[in-house]
Design a protein. Structure first.
Length: 220
């Protein structure tokens, strides 16, 4: 699995030049800003709530900063980049292509829940991930892999985990979301594809066996 680290670097630029064999020095009055700060991997998603002005190809997004955007999602729909649908009040994450056009839409509310798949070592059991509000992630029947947190970054699902016996070293993995529906979640990286179904509590029905009626039961 790939590790992804975020880096910020500061480069100092000091210019010393020569011309015709003569050195050039800056005077006391010259101020050279020699500090350049570059931040990589900054999240470009816009977050907010799905408003009641939402229609089939239009998403009304009430952003966390208090703005109300009316976004066309027709192109995102055509390219299958609307994940999880949308309902009024759902929390959404949107990647903008233009101020009034969405390039990708992810329903964060639809991501929440327990997601399981058959255990590859034991087909009779299930394992998976629990995605909770507040960026909390937990493992489901995976004692060797402990999920800790999740978030969306630039349209990808980032999951932080720790492996048993790994000296508490965190693994940060990012996945492309392939599909998200009411009962299915699929995401992948360069090496693996994870296909989950939403966990449903199995209903246990007691079967009551009725004995046949005998002639003695009919006698008064």
């Amino acid at each position: 699995m790939k590790r992804i680290a975020q880096f910020a670097f500061v480069g100092a630029i000091v210019a010393l030049g020569s011309c015709g064999g003569k050195s050039t020095q800056s005077t006391e009055n010259e101020e050279i800003d020699s500090t350049v700060v570059v931040t990589l991997d900054e999240d470009s998603l816009v977050y907010g709530i799905c408003g009641d002005g939402t229609a089939m190809n239009t998403l009304q997004l009430i952003t966390d900063s208090g703005d109300t955007l009316s976004l066309s999602i027709a192109e995102a729909n055509d390219k299958n980049r609307c994940f999880g649908g949308f309902q009024i009040g759902d929390r959404m994450a949107v990647m903008l292509q233009a101020p009034d056009t969405a390039k990708m839409v992810i329903n964060q509310s639809a991501l929440l829940g327990d997601w399981v798949m058959p255990n590859p070592l034991d087909g009779s059991s299930e394992m998976g991930i629990r995605i909770k509000e507040g960026g909390i992630a937990e493992s489901i029947d995976q004692p060797a892999l402990i999920y800790r947190s999740w978030k969306l970054v630039n349209g990808k699902l980032e999951i932080v985990s720790v492996r048993e016996g790994g000296n508490e070293e965190e693994e940060v993995n990012r996945y492309d979301i392939i599909s998200l529906g009411p009962d299915s979640l699929v995401y992948k990286d360069a090496d693996d594809t994870f296909e989950y179904t939403r966990y449903r509590q199995k209903e246990h029905k007691d079967i009551i066996k009725l004995e046949g009626v005998s002639e003695d039961d009919m006698m008064i």
